[in-house]
Design a protein around this ligand. Structure first.
Ligand SMILES: [Fe+2]
Length: 183
């Protein structure tokens, strides 16, 4: 069953304390798979980015890493400056889990039986399709805001503290693959 598979590839869903938020976050991934040629197990073998030749890190390894780094960063920020930068940890975790959910709509089946980038993926990058999925699944606006602003598009607007954390967790674990100093 699709929902069971989503929960298997995303053990971090259990970190979301609010039951309603946890279910809506799960719904969002289930809905994306319903619209995608990809299946949950595919994400455990395809690379997380096509911008790195022979990328050795899988989609799920990178997406889960971003959730772990985001939660750890949020906890440390709360430990040292909770009064100045109060953070809702559930929002950070849910937002990090769904940040890239729209990527499932960037693929389509190709005639050879594989997958390729879809026209929709070219028209609408995953932050946009991700917002659509998040709103369809009734996620809170604070979580959908993280989807909307996690990538470069978000540099045009003000981000919440939770969104800044997810944005940097995502980029700090991506940029070394494409802009690392080699000596
Ligand atoms: Fe992304």
């Amino acid at each position: 069953m699709l929902r069971t598979e989503v929960k298997r590839i995303w053990p971090e869903l259990e970190w979301i304390e609010d039951e309603s938020l946890r279910e809506k976050t799960t719904d969002c991934w289930v809905r994306a798979f319903e619209l995608s040629p990809l299946e949950p197990a595919d994400l455990e073998r395809i690379p997380f980015t096509l911008k790195v030749p022979d990328c050795p890190v899988t989609f799920m390894a990178h997406k889960r890493l971003v959730v772990h780094v985001s939660r750890d960063a949020a906890r440390k920020t709360m430990e040292f400056c909770a009064d100045a930068l109060p953070i809702d940890i559930d929002t950070v975790v849910a937002g990090a889990i769904v940040a890239d959910v729209g990527k499932l709509l960037e693929y389509e089946a190709d005639p050879d039986g594989g997958v390729r980038q879809s026209a929709r993926g070219k028209y609408l990058r995953h932050p946009f399709t991700g917002v659509s999925l998040a709103m369809e699944c009734d996620l809170p606006d604070a979580v959908t805001h993280i989807v909307a602003t996690h990538a470069g598009e978000g540099n045009m607007v003000a981000r919440t503290t939770e969104a800044w954390i997810v944005h940097h967790a995502d980029f700090m674990t991506y940029e070394p693959f494409v802009k690392r100093l080699e000596l």
